[in-house]
Ligand binder design. Structure first.
Ligand SMILES: Nc1nc2c(ncn2[C@@H]2O[C@H](COP(=O)(O)OP(=O)(O)OP(=O)(O)O)[C@@H](O)[C@H]2O)c(=O)[nH]1
Ligand SMILES: [Mg+2]
Length: 453
């Protein structure tokens, strides 16, 4: 369960240069438990190096009654944060700070707690340094006198802790890499769900699971950053395929924050297919911007898999049509980013509408399926071959025919040669039929009897 945060009264303040960041910031603030009781906007093209605002605005902030926090969608420098706080008497949090607060609150696994702690230390170091500097410059010099000694001491402690955390995270990253390699060796396909925070990734993840156990499903909530870690489970509809739910994206994440979450993001970058979930409720410009940001994250991570755009929330009446969406994306996206998209599928993850269509689209990306039928003798090695086939094929069926076992199903092309070899080793033969139904268009029949090949 995501804990319901206590309500903290805040003023949201920014300069007009940062107008664009405000809607997302409002969402972040409310998810982090802040109630914005007043908004202050200053018309200003360039931030003041010392105060970000003009100094007159800062004294205006200090006069607002009954608020304790000042939140701003900008990324403040440590001296700016210090100066505003000192002059206004408010606790000052910029966008990254609010994101980190949210992460801290939501981190529920040991790994995500370490990831957040690392990011937090990284972000806090220069700010605390600024506070110590400013607060102690007037104190007497020397040991216990504060000043540089305190800064050095804090830095030393923080650096040691960060080094320890990095080591631990490297271990979990390695372990995750080993698990991934093992799955690959067993021929498993991997699908990961990525996209902006709150797009409906976890809802889609739950809809795609082979085992519909609500106790093992991912948590869904209208808050941003509900999911911080990764969960990998068996996917329904495609044999030997795993699906992973991951942390959501948000614009302009600093590289140090991305670095902390690298092992989580690696699951996305290294999967065979990435389902990039889009929230169609966003207005046009925001939707295109979020999509471009998400595609850039995938590109920067050298994503290997094919990208399927999943237009979610199709159940809502206000959602634009697929044609409208296509026009919007074609006109708004940089062609290089557009070229990363292999397919577009519209679903309602919540109502589970067209999940079959999405599974079909994923399967197509894995390559065509081959229909096969084999006959093997009922010997130990024959039964082993059947077990091997069962593990690799879709819709497999088995039956006993006199002294033989007849097994049929659909195979990915890459398995045809190893399966044929196993059957022949078991003293059996492969007999193939043409695709029989409309559904199986895309299927490639193996065109010759493979006995002895
Ligand atoms: N109407 C509608 N709502 C949906 C659909 N899919 C998800 N939602 C809602 O969107 C909100 C976010 O869903 P999540 O699945 O938690 O989104 P997420 O992308 O995993 O979010 P984070 O983990 O916080 O990044 C929840 O309130 C869901 O109920 C959908 O298909 N239709
Ligand atoms: Mg989620």
């Amino acid at each position: 369960m995501v804990p319901i945060p206590e309500v903290k009264k805040a003023v949201l303040a920014w300069i007009s240069r940062d107008d664009e960041l405000v809607p997302e910031m409002r969402e972040l603030c409310s998810s982090a438990g802040y109630r914005i009781v007043e908004e202050v906007r200053q018309v200003k093209d360039r931030p003041d190096p010392k105060f970000y605002f003009g100094s007159g605005k800062v004294s205006e902030l200090s006069e607002i009654e009954d608020v304790e926090y000042m939140l701003t969608p900008a990324d403040l420098t440590p001296p700016q944060a210090y100066s505003i706080s000192k002059a206004s008497g408010l606790v000052v949090l910029d966008r990254i700070r609010v994101i980190l607060e949210l992460f801290k609150e939501r981190a529920s696994t040991p790994e995500s707690r370490l990831q957040v702690e690392l990011a937090d230390l990284h972000h806090q170091m220069p700010i605390i340094k600024e506070y110590i500097h400013q607060g102690t410059l007037t104190e007497r010099p020397g040991f216990l006198g504060g000043g540089e000694y305190m800064v050095d001491y804090y830095y030393e402690m923080a650096r040691k802790r960060m080094a320890r955390i990095r080591k631990e995270l490297a271990l979990t990253r390695k372990a995750r890499g080993q698990k991934r390699a093992l799955r690959k060796r067993r021929g498993a396909r991997t699908v990961s769900i990525a996209g902006y925070t709150n797009a409906g990734k976890s809802t889609l993840f739950n809809a795609l699971l082979a085992d519909d156990d609500p106790l093992r499903s991912a948590e869904v909530s209208p808050m941003v950053f509900t999911t911080l870690g990764t969960t990998t489970r068996k996917m329904s509809g495609i044999r030997n395929c795993m699906v992973t739910d991951t942390v959501g994206f948000i614009r302009d994440l600093p590289p140090w924050l991305v670095e902390g979450f690298m092992s989580t993001l690696e699951e996305v970058f290294l999967s065979d297919v990435v389902l990039l979930v889009v929230d169609p409720l966003d207005p046009d410009d925001m939707l295109v911007r979020k999509l471009a940001d998400s595609l850039k994250v995938l590109r920067n991570g050298s994503t290997q898999g094919k990208v399927v755009l999943v237009l979610n929330k199709a159940d809502l009446p206000c959602v634009r049509s697929e044609e409208e969406f296509l026009t919007l994306v074609k006109n708004g996206l940089d062609p290089a980013l557009l070229a990363m998209i292999s397919d577009i599928v519209r679903v309602s993850a919540k109502d589970r509408t067209n999940i079959d269509g999405l599974i079909h689209a994923i399967r197509q990306l894995f390559g065509p399926l081959v229909r096969f039928k084999a006959v093997v003798p009922q010997t130990e090695i024959g039964f082993e071959a059947v077990k091997y086939i069962r593990e690799l094929s879709e819709e497999s069926e088995e039956g006993f025919v006199e002294a033989d076992i007849e097994v049929s199903g659909l195979l990915e092309e890459r398995w045809v040669v190893p399966v044929t070899r196993r059957i022949i080793e078991a003293g059996g033969r492969v007999v193939i039929g043409p695709p029989s139904t409309e559904d199986e268009k895309g299927l490639i029949p193996i065109s010759h009897d493979m006995k002895g090949t």
